[in-house]
Design a binder for this molecule. Structure first.
Ligand code: XIL
Length: 301
């Protein structure tokens, strides 16, 4: 096929991108989005600060702009993210303990219920593990009790029973890293005890500090062997030219080699859309032209 989405669909997968609502009036941006992608993740618009800016006052206007565009175009929507230590509204940042636990669960329930049937996969919990040492990240949510993650998953399942529920994180790509092992151990425990989890999202922001690892396929295989899907959820790769292109191709080949790797999302369309302040980590240049990384990705799909 001649586009990323259609090529991915040929093997039953999706190829998505992060989308910012305020760019939906940019015709170059929307032209590429509608031509190439068959899934979207709102880049910020479904986060806690965006959807519940005041406690119990929910706002879905900007998220809806993306969801409505996706539905009109026949694209899937990944919901990102229901529970996270970051991008919390001020009221939540200052909460702790039982009050925070119930506010978090209320948030999960209300947002997942609002989009029930429209979101095919939720990032229920994002980035709950520490960068080193193999433990949990300290946060106000973690301090409510170690079971906050499974509580969030159970609330999401009740609110939106038809959606796939993911745990999403970065630096869980290299199988030998303690953080990867820690997330693997949690997912295995959840599957053993019947906690409702369906997938693991690997953000896969690759750069010099956390490069694409040669054992990436092993990591995908090992998570999948636990009985969950794996999704590459926020892919971007530092670099340029043929080196960058070859790494994109390797990521795609690794996903295609694993039956339960059912989709890839890049974290933005053009280099100028990237959350990375500098650099050229995406598939299209600032003018919207296809880069070598695009061609390598399409060829590998
Ligand atoms: C980033 C967005 O791209 C930025 O626009 C925002 O300022 C900060 O968040 N991991 C995640 C994403 O799960 O939500 C983050 O997105 C990038 C890292």
């Amino acid at each position: 096929a001649t586009t990323l989405g259609a090529s991915a669909a040929a093997t039953g997968r999706y190829f998505g991108t992060a989308v910012a609502a305020n760019k939906l009036s940019d015709s170059t941006y929307v032209g590429i989005l509608d031509r190439e992608f068959n899934a979207v993740t709102p880049e910020n618009e479904m986060k806690i600060d965006a959807t519940e800016p005041q406690q119990n006052q929910f706002t879905f206007t900007n998220a809806d702009r993306i969801v409505n565009h996706a539905i009109a175009q026949g694209m899937k929507v990944r919901g990102h993210t229901l529970a996270w230590h970051s991008q919390q509204p001020g009221w939540m940042q200052s909460m702790e303990g039982a009050a925070l636990r119930s506010a978090m669960l209320n948030h999960v329930t209300r947002v997942a219920t609002n989009y029930r049937g429209k979101v095919f996969t939720w990032d229920v919990v994002n980035e709950a593990f520490a960068d080193s040492g193999g433990g949990r990240r300290d946060s106000n949510l973690q301090r409510t009790g170690n079971d906050w993650i499974e509580a969030a998953f159970r609330a999401a399942r009740t609110a939106d029973p038809g959606a796939k529920l993911c745990y999403n994180d970065y630096n869980i790509d290299n199988w030998t890293w303690a953080k990867t092992q820690a997330v693997y151990t949690m997912v295995r425990d959840f599957k053993t005890r019947g906690v409702p989890i369906d997938c693991v999202g690997l953000q896969s922001h690759f750069n010099s500090g956390s490069p694409y690892p040669g054992n990436y396929r092993t990591t995908l295989e090992n998570f999948a062997a636990l009985g969950v899907d794996v999704q590459i959820t926020e892919l971007d790769i530092e670099g340029s030219g043929q080196t960058q292109a070859a790494t994109y191709a390797n990521v795609v080949k690794d996903c295609l080699a694993v039956a339960r790797c059912n989709g890839i999302t890049v974290w933005g369309i053009r280099d100028s859309d990237s959350w990375r302040a500098s650099g050229t980590p995406l598939l299209f240049d600032g003018s919207g032209n296809k880069k070598a990384a695009y061609t390598a990705t399409l060829d590998a799909l």
